[in-house]
Design a protein around this ligand. Sequence first.
Ligand code: HAS
Length: 587
Amino acid sequence: MQAGAGVPWRARRGGLVEARGSARVGFPGGDVMSAPVVYDPSGFELPEQQKRFLRWTIYIGYVALVAGVFHGLANALSYANIDILPLFPRLKGYYQGLTVHGVANVLVFTFSFSNGFLPLMTARALSRPLVGGLVYATFGALLLGNLLAIYAVVTNQASVLFTSYAPLQAHWTYYLGLVLIVVSTWLALANMGVVLRRWRRDHRGKRIPLLAYIAVLSYTMWGLASIPIAVEFLGFLLPWSLGLVEKVDPLLTRTLFWFTGHAIVYAWLLPAYVSWYAIVPRQAGGVLISDSLTRVVFISFLLLSIPTGFHHQFTDPGIGTGMKAFHTVLTFGVFFPSMATAFSVVGALEIGGRRRGGKGLLGWVARLPWGDPSLTAQMLAMVVFVFGGITGLINASYSMNQVIHNTTWVPAHFHMTVGTAVALTFVGVAYWMIPYLTGRALRGRRLALASSWIYAIGVLIFARGMITVGLRGMPRRTFRAQATYTNPEWDLGGALAGIGGTLMFVGIMLFFVVIGWTIVAGEKGGHPKDIPLSSTRLAPSLTGWEPALDRIGLWVVAAILLILAAYGPFFVTYLPPQMVSPGFKLF
Ligand code: HAS
């Protein structure tokens, strides 16, 4: 990593960097060199109308999150044997509430945020406006999809949980609503694709600016990954719920769900990684270490996120052990880009901490700007994600999975991943992005800091409890406070889950106070005028192998080939569909 004494890195690489400005920066080890700024430093403003629709797209997610977290509290308290469901008078039952919790938090909140955030990042990185019609269409599809799904869930006609497993059957508006939410993500992807294509037409031979590249690749992966769930919903569940076909194939639809369903977790995660790579280094006062490593990481996710879904089906009959083993190997493969991410973000933070005077092995940690609510939320998200990642590897280990599958261990894992690494990062991003989009200064900075700390401490206590009782066999998706059976070994862990869940609820409510206060009463004009874009220590090259990283179409073809190898044998041996089961409405 040595820059070469006194020689600007750009010069050593033959002036290959597309730089419009540069900054002098210091690195651990004492070298000082020129860090290229690859984005137009004069800034770029989206048209006001587009900003307005992007922020309303994100607000849809906030409304969903408000609805979703209330049932989260009920669920967490239930593990501590406290039943607050009677306080929800219109709720017909636990599974209706759990469906609201899952759909609102992991489907609506995440994709609403990404539909606003990723196009905004693309537009800024390329300094071009988005396609207005596609911005409005994205918002419209998301809104309509939500209204349809909300109707089905609120009227208790869709208590099927976010996994929508057949033969549990929901009202057709639920399936159509979720399809429209997916369509909204495709429209956002189309928008980014059009803007990027136009930019490339005008900049032949140039490297795609990193931020645009990783934003587009995140949704490209999702675009590919979402095809199986579209087939499941449009080809099977929707006609079945409309009565056009009488029966359904539970194993096939479940497999189609997880075909998309593991990649979906990376579709939630990658927008958070976009922030960790392209924004956090700047917020911490550091720089991103390597442009090419970052591109390799996102390509790895494109290649490996999708052909891993059988690790959710280790216990399912009807799928060959060899197929499951192949997916296990690929699951361990998709762990590596996250390790590379850990290296990159810790490196960038360390540079920032040392530039602020941090000394010794870990002295730089204390010197990071912990008073910045946006950065602090994201750093806490990263710390919690370490434990989310470790539990994920245990899930993926075939024999260990037999111990934890369908226990409360699994919700512990996903509250530390999507529930914190992703959600708390989105919270942190909101602390600069909502002011940027509304033109109002952030209110309640101390409250914002308190919110993130309370949430992060809460989730660690919650997960500790859920992991302990999960290992002692407590089932997930069960309302303990009303269960007719119990186990004294669940008491301590259950109490921790209740305490931690309550803290998480308080933390997220404080976030809503801060954001609501900012939107309504933030000082006008006191907002950030530009996105906090990071520069890169090792910049992109125009020669050698690196430009091949920008051939997104080529990588999509490679991803399709890997998917065919991973899923082809199953479909070849399994099809045609075995339409054996009628629909059930149990709750
Ligand atoms: Fe998972 C189940 C395996 C990651 C979400 N997962 C789930 C479910 C969800 C979910 C929602 O193999 C439940 C679905 C359901 O309802 O049934 N998961 C993995 C593996 C990973 C993983 C191997 N999962 C995620 C992410 C999610 C997510 C990310 C959401 C966003 N998961 C599984 C398996 C199951 C499963 C099985 C099925 C279980 C069953 O039986 O049902 C890995 O990709 C994780 C890699 C991550 C790391 C962490 C890297 C750390 C970083 C932070 C660095 C920063 C630092 C801080 C150190 C290796 C990048 C520095 C800070 C300073 C301040 C200095």
